[in-house]
Design a binder for this molecule. Structure first.
Ligand SMILES: [Zn+2]
Length: 556
């Protein structure tokens, strides 16, 4: 009898020890937790160990499993979602935006000129002034700024101001002179345009590849500056609730820096890099041991952007019949690169905005797939970045070819103001066609294209479901029927980006066994009104099982 009691006691003790050893590292409780799993109700609590989710359920049940070392976070009635991932952003540019002259809020050419004049006064003599983020869509002058506008306030140093879409710049005469392009252009660059006035002289506006001439004005940043820029960018992302970013057009030389920073715990953001096409052979593909940084994709460009009329169209622009846009990619070298990417299992992320641009990318991808021996296209998961204006017959090709449309809802609510004048009502039927693409079976990887757009998960989620501008307005050609449902919008920023980065087994939903990446907001974005979505606050960001951001407590 005694022997038996001892045995039972030993078992109980063993059980206790086991429980201590298996106690979670972290329990988030007392909230409404949307798991992202179809047709299942939210849970109250989730527990995490070793970076992975070990259980979901009621607060009472999960808190019972806590050990003495378990970190307990009371969500206090707030809301938790699978980690939001920005499937198209430029992390370096986001960091740069934090430090360069920000022109996002400029409301007219007059204001632009006055801000530039003031900013130049703060710089040492001769130092170039660089600004970014202007967008003329709503300006009363209803035209692009010119070099003369800028010359009027700054003529003694180069001024270069990048348009919000990153596909155009306006430069003053000093900048054009320094770049050797201030005279009448003898020819136009391939895939770019130096805009000229009636006398044939440059207006200062440089579109797409024409911007390359200004590269001589830039000084290369130091390694320390690069690191600081990435740290700033990552810190901003996690404070907004992003747990991951698919970073586009990354310089190959930056990848070792990003890996090192991540390994040193200085980023705390999951990063999926698509490197610049010109760096394909630099040997930077791979991932960090903890898989926080993965470099497995290459970014290519077929055309430019719609606003600056660089997007490649099948027929001329409705508001400028002399142009159909720009083709940036060259067929032969690009197809060769695509074949190489296919053979090395590197994902192609191909920028295409106009209907012709998208058609060509789909054609070139199809040709690459057809030429491959293994025909394993399903697992290639190649992507079209933006996929903005589509011929109706191309919509179904995404699902058929297993090509992922990577789209940015905020682009739609910005572009739809001018999209109709650019392409007319007929072509807009396939514009920003989220509903049609999803109904045709495509999984849309949702992104923001920050710093082109603000890069705020609330704005992207709102734009996807409301398809109205931030004031709640829309126009007759905005096609509200193309909006996404709340459930679809959640997928666009969670499980579909996970799929688009080959991580759906580990990321994208809150379920046992997956990695613990969570985004917390103060409000229930699955239920509240559209307008209220913009007012929720990011409350907590968890990446790889670690609380990397927490909303500061209100001052007492
Ligand atoms: Zn982009």
């Amino acid at each position: 009898m005694r022997a038996m009691l001892t045995a039972v006691a030993a078992l109980v003790l063993a059980g206790c020890n086991q429980q201590v050893a298996e106690a979670p590292d972290l329990i988030l409780h007392g909230g409404t937790i949307y798991t992202g799993l179809d047709r299942l109700p939210p849970v109250e609590a989730v527990s995490v160990k070793g970076g992975r989710i070990v259980a979901t359920g009621t607060s009472a049940d999960l808190l019972k499993t806590a050990g003495s070392a378990t970190e307990k976070v009371d969500l206090a009635g707030t809301y938790l979602y699978p980690g939001f991932t920005d499937a198209h952003a430029h992390l370096y540019g986001i960091g740069e935006r934090e430090t360069s002259l920000d022109l996002d809020e400029v409301k007219s050419i007059a204001e632009l000129v006055s801000i530039v004049g003031e900013a130049a006064k703060t710089l040492p003599a001769g130092q170039m002034l660089f600004g970014r983020g202007w967008i003329e869509t709503h300006w009363p002058e209803a035209r692009f700024p010119t070099r003369q506008d800028l010359d009027a306030v700054v003529s003694d140093r180069p001024v270069v101001l990048e348009r919000a879409d990153g596909h155009a710049m306006v430069a003053n005469t000093a900048a054009l002179k320094a770049a050797g392009i201030d005279g009448k252009p003898k020819s136009q660059p391939q895939g770019g345009r130096i805009e000229v006035d009636a006398s044939g002289l440059p207006t200062g506006m440089l579109i797409d590849n024409a911007m390359g001439a200004l590269a001589v004005l830039q000084t290369a940043p130091s390694e320390a500056q690069i690191d600081a820029t990435y740290e700033k960018g990552a810190a901003r992302e996690i404070s907004l609730g992003w747990t991951g970013v698919h970073s586009m057009s990354v310089a190959g030389s930056h990848v070792p820096r990003i890996n090192e920073l991540s390994d040193a715990g200085k980023l705390n953001l999951r990063i999926y890099n698509a490197i610049d096409g010109s760096d394909f052979d630099k040997g930077v593909f791979g991932e960090t041991a903890d898989k926080m940084v993965t470099t497995k994709a290459v970014k290519l460009y077929m055309d430019g952007a719609l606003g600056s009329r660089g997007a490649l169209l099948n027929e001329p622009y409705s508001d400028r019949p002399d142009t159909s846009g720009l083709m940036i990619a060259q067929e032969e070298p690009t197809l060769a690169l695509m074949k190489k990417a296919y053979d090395q299992n590197i994902q192609v992320c191909f920028h295409a905005i106009g209907d012709k641009g998208n058609e060509l990318v789909l054609d070139w991808m199809q040709r690459t797939f057809d030429a491959a021996a293994d025909k394993a296209v399903a697992d290639k998961r190649w992507r079209i970045e933006h996929a903005q204006i589509l011929r109706l017959e191309d919509i179904v090709r995404f699902h058929q070819m297993k090509v992922i449309p990577s789209m940015q809802p905020s682009h739609a609510i910005g572009d739809l103001y001018f999209a109709e004048s650019r392409v007319g009502p007929r072509r807009l039927l396939g514009g920003y066609a989220w509903r049609s693409l999803i109904d045709a079976g495509a999984m849309i990887a949702g992104g923001s294209d920050a710093p082109v757009e603000q890069g705020d998960p609330r704005i992207e989620f709102y734009a996807a479901v409301a398809r109205k501008d931030l004031e709640g307005k829309s126009g007759p050609q905005w096609h509200p029927e193309q909006a996404a449902t709340r459930e679809e919008a959640l997928k666009m920023f969670t499980i579909w980006p996970a799929y688009a980065s080959f991580r759906e087994a580990d990321l994208g939903t809150i379920e046992r066994g997956k990695l613990a990446d969570f985004t917390g907001f103060s409000g229930d974005i699955m239920q509240i009104s559209d307008a209220e979505i913009l007012k929720v606050e990011p409350t907590i960001t968890v990446v790889n099982g670690k609380v990397v951001y927490k909303r500061p407590a209100p001052a007492a």
